[in-house]
Design a binder for this molecule. Structure first.
Ligand SMILES: [Zn+2]
Length: 198
């Protein structure tokens, strides 16, 4: 008799998982043939202990499920809206995730403890930010940069592209063209220990 799959096993498409007397098969990620359950995709086995339900999660889905409230992400600002910004994640808790399919939003009320009137006074597209996960809905995460250690950790001049230098609280200056810009800065801006090359 073949061995049944166990929780967190990595299985391949078509691999035997067990029998229907043993597990309740998930319709999307498994199929049943003559009472035997097989994987319809490659991924990680998840078995619900109470229901005995078995399903296969892709690595991406598995990673997504492991993002928790309070986790710290580093990501790049992709767009500015009137009341929020969109961020694609590069790292989660300092682990690098090269496939940047994780996405989050910072609402204007969660940017800073100070009042932010315009989003563009806090972030610009291509800024790299450190933010905290405060809420999850489906595949989108709500983030916050409120707090000294959170906010922009790298920003380029919007005129000439040179890396901006900090000249005061939430103020940056371009040493090349003299342009001055505002951001919601993390307190270690210009002195960040994480690698910013992704
Ligand atoms: Zn410049």
């Amino acid at each position: 008799m073949k061995d049944s799959a166990k929780n967190n096993d990595i299985v391949l498409t078509g691999q035997y998982l067990g029998v229907v007397e043993e597990y309740l098969p998930d319709k999307q990620s498994t199929y049943v043939k003559e009472g035997q359950i097989f994987a319809t995709k490659t991924g990680i086995v998840k078995i619900d202990k109470n229901r005995r339900a078995i399903e296969i999660l892709s690595h991406q889905e598995e990673n997504r499920k492991t993002i928790k409230i309070g986790d710290v992400i580093i990501g790049t600002i992709r767009f500015l809206r009137l009341y929020s910004v969109g961020i694609s994640f590069a790292t989660i808790n300092k682990k690098i995730h090269f496939n940047s399919s994780y996405f989050g939003n910072i609402h204007v009320s969660h940017i800073s403890r100070r009042f932010i009137e315009k989003i563009s006074d806090a972030f610009q597209i291509t800024d790299i930010v450190r933010a905290k996960v405060i809420r999850q809905e489906e595949n989108e995460y709500s983030l916050s940069t409120s707090g000294n250690d959170l906010g922009v950790i790298h920003a380029d001049c919007s005129i000439c592209g040179t890396t901006l230098e900090k000249i005061g609280q939430d103020r940056l200056r371009c040493s090349r063209c003299g342009n001055v810009e505002n951001r919601k800065l993390a307190n270690d801006y210009g002195n960040v220990t994480e690698s910013l090359r992704y």
